[in-house]
Design a protein around this ligand. Structure first.
Ligand SMILES: [Zn+2]
Length: 119
């Protein structure tokens, strides 16, 4: 992420949007803590971590019904009782987008002093 931000000429990363599946085994609060630790001293320092929870869903192969798996995960089909559920979603742990500050973003933030860029 840092390399991509540098390539784009960014000076600071504003926020990172992360998709977190219900079954990814990640606690959002501890994720935020690790994120802050990992980002200290980099372009990402001070960036806001936005987590987007993804509901775990499964599909039953024999009867094609779909259901929200929930927590703890219910992997037997509520319709026919088959235990051959196929997990459709819920294991996601991926970066959806990274927003960094460039001249435009900075100008749009009223609580910051405008910075004159030297060229
Ligand atoms: Zn079924």
């Amino acid at each position: 992420m840092q390399a991509a931000a540098e390539e784009a000429g960014a000076e600071a990363v504003h926020s990172v949007r992360l998709q977190v599946g219900e079954l990814a085994g990640v606690v959002p609060d501890s994720l935020r803590f690790c994120f802050e630790l990992a980002c200290g001293g980099t372009l990402l320092e001070g960036a806001q971590l936005i987590t987007e929870a993804v509901t775990a869903r499964a599909r039953c192969a024999p009867c094609a019904s779909e259901w929200a798996v929930g927590m703890p995960p219910e992997l037997c089909c509520p319709n026919c009782g088959a235990a051959t559920a196929e997990l459709l979603s819920g294991r996601e742990l991926q970066v959806l987008s990274v927003h960094w500050e460039d001249g435009r973003c900075r100008a749009a933030e009223p609580d910051r002093e405008p910075i004159v860029e030297e060229h």
